[in-house]
Design a protein around this ligand. Sequence first.
Ligand code: ZN
Ligand code: ZN
Length: 199
Amino acid sequence: MWRLSQFSLRIIMYGQSRRPPRPLQPDPTFWRPGDSWVNEEGPRAATVCRRGHPIEITLTVAPSRDLGFCNECGAQIIGRCPTCNIRIRGMETGLVGAMTKYAPPKFCDGCGEPLPWANRQDYIYQLENLLDTEEIDQHTRLLVLEDLERLRTEADLGQDKQVEVWKRIKDRAPGLFMGSATKIVQSLITAYVSQKLGI
Ligand SMILES: [Zn+2]
Ligand SMILES: [Zn+2]
């Protein structure tokens, strides 16, 4: 009996040591081209809570769908961009183990959408980025940038003042009130401003 169990144990151990290595086939719905899913160059994947606390930052395999909640703040932990479903950019492979502080990206590098922990300032930065693709003359662009900067830096701007600023932006860069940009604008304005602007 003893002999038999020792024998079977050896079979189990043999089986484990001979298990073929994990196939190096990246999941294209999770990784981006140039990412690292083995010990090579490129970023690894991260899991982050919805308030922006990093949990795992050097993943080389896709995390499970149910990641539970953050120990620090209780927010849900996510491992994919909620918009396009790819990985959240983690630590660069070359920096793993170095005394470098990791900060989760504010925007998804796959689809450009803000991640859940992006704040008001980050959203306005995103509008500034979108403004670059608007077909408007440089003079108008600078005026819109000025107004966006105002919204970004003057947090206590009164509601009616905000309506005024947003109206100017809408007249000069109507593209910021169309398509995916609308979502960003809507998350930046109150119901009152939204009603006044008619969006
Ligand atoms: Zn948290
Ligand atoms: Zn995305």
